[in-house]
Design a binder for this molecule. Structure first.
Ligand code: PLP
Length: 428
């Protein structure tokens, strides 16, 4: 049993069971906020883009994880979205955390999380951060090369080390193996060196790439990890932990989890502790963003005799739509308000070009690459002051926003909760 108010397979509560559905909650948060803003008279900043975050969605994703991957203890990848309420909820739910820097470690420790729940999962670490981790008692960390071993020998010889191995991440959105991971041809030498230096190797880690799409990548990675566990045994180590990284997506989660679970059960006895580092999986669907149309340009095409519009929003690729550049996303625009009509969840994104209007959608900066959608159709004629919204904006969005052109990189988040369990833990 998931103990959820909503079945996890019905994303955003399309099939309402009882109470207020996630869609209704998010819609009413949007309505309340946009109703109070009059772009013609408001102060600078009041009509900025803002998020609505459903903490119930994060809670449901956690239940779904536990149901499908009961052997794997999640360590949420903070880099994906270090939102304080998300971290607080996950801390309360008892997950661990994957941190990549001093700031992330600090943020998690400040929630009262024990250092043993943190893995410093960055194979090439900043010297001062390693010293900081040593002082803070964050012992678990990854490595994938000999130089890093010498660094750790010097700065934190008591660390508990996970050897990060290379994976085939060719079917993922964001490839990580271009930069990190030891090839299995080199792992024996690294283990021997670690032994020679008297270091404490306690596990193996891998990451199949963020936004992975091939479940078999998990099988191959688990097989390689088994090989390295056996190598470590020959080198005199008794490894205790396998870290299966991140790469999970909401849409394919059950399929990936099934392949991974079977592989784990085949290759690793129950005595081996398994952890994971999911990021995107937990937060992508929980955040929806609303953006205001700050300007519109009418484009007449004499040849086709058609009118289309360029819409300029108050957020773009230098802001929360950084996911377009860094995470290869293509966020889908939907209409939130048109004139005085509130249209959240009222109609699907228009696929019928006959009965809709053609747009291109741009961010607020002076740069031509600041384009959110080159060509799209929406079933209404929109104008300055109207609002658009974009779903699935929780992963790798606000964390990589910049202040280019003086636009803000800190946008408001309105928190709602569609799960009583999450509301109780957050005091909402
Ligand atoms: N762990 C490490 C070491 C990563 O580099 C990343 C993402 O870059 C993650 C976990 C999170 O991956 P995902 O968001 O695909 O779950």
């Amino acid at each position: 049993q998931t103990n959820s108010q909503y079945n996890h397979t019905t994303r955003h509560g399309n099939h309402k069971q009882h109470g207020t559905s996630p869609k209704e909650l998010i819609g009413s948060a949007f309505q309340k906020r946009t109703n109070t803003i009059n772009p013609d008279v408001c102060e600078a900043g009041e009509d900025d883009a803002f998020f609505v975050a459903d903490m119930g969605e994060v809670y449901r994703q956690h239940l779904r994880w536990k149901l499908n991957l009961p052997r794997v203890r999640p360590h949420y990848a903070v880099k994906c979205n270090p939102d304080p309420q998300v971290l607080k909820l996950l801390a309360e739910l008892g997950t661990g955390f994957d941190c990549a820097s001093k700031t992330e470690i600090d943020q998690v420790l400040s929630l009262g999380v024990e250092p043993s729940r943190i893995i410093y999962a960055q194979p090439c670490k900043t010297n001062a951060y390693v010293r900081f981790a040593a002082k803070a008692g964050v012992k678990q960390m990854t490595f994938d090369n000999a130089d890093e071993l010498y660094k750790i020998k010097q700065l934190f010889p008591d660390a508990e080390l996970f050897l990060r191995i290379l994976t085939d991440d060719s079917a993922s959105l964001c490839r990580l193996s271009l930069k990190f991971g030891a090839a299995v041809e080199s792992t024996r030498d690294l283990l021997d060196l670690a032994k020679k230096l008297g270091l404490n190797v306690t596990g193996v880690a891998f990451h199949v790439g963020s936004g992975a799409s091939d479940p078999q990548a998990f099988l191959r990675a688990v097989e390689d990890a088994r090989y390295v566990f056996d190598q470590a045994n020959e080198a005199g180590y008794d490894l205790k932990t396998l870290d299966v990284g991140g790469g999970f997506c909401g849409d394919t989660f059950e399929e990936m989890a099934a392949v991974l679970s079977n592989a784990l059960n085949e290759y690793f006895p129950p005595s081996v502790r398994i952890i994971g580092e999911p990021g995107r999986y937990y937060v992508a669907s929980a955040f929806t963003i609303a953006c205001n149309i700050i300007s519109r340009r009418t484009v007449e095409d004499a040849q086709s005799n058609r009118t289309s519009y360029m819409l300029y929003l108050n957020d773009g690729v230098y802001g929360n739509f950084s996911s377009i550049m860094f995470d290869h996303q293509r966020p889908t625009p939907r209409i939130l308000t048109a004139g005085s009509r509130f249209l959240y969840d009222k109609h699907a994104y228009a696929s019928n070009t006959e009965r809709s209007t053609h747009y291109s959608i741009w961010g607020p900066t002076c740069d031509g690459i600041d384009c959110i959608a080159e060509s799209c159709y929406l079933p209404d004629i929109l104008d300055r002051g109207d609002w658009l919204y974009f779903e699935d904006m929780g992963a790798y969005t606000k964390c990589s926003a910049t202040r280019f052109n003086g636009f803000t990189d800190s946008h408001d988040t309105v928190y709602v909760s569609s799960e009583p369990g999450a509301s109780a833990l957050l005091g909402m």
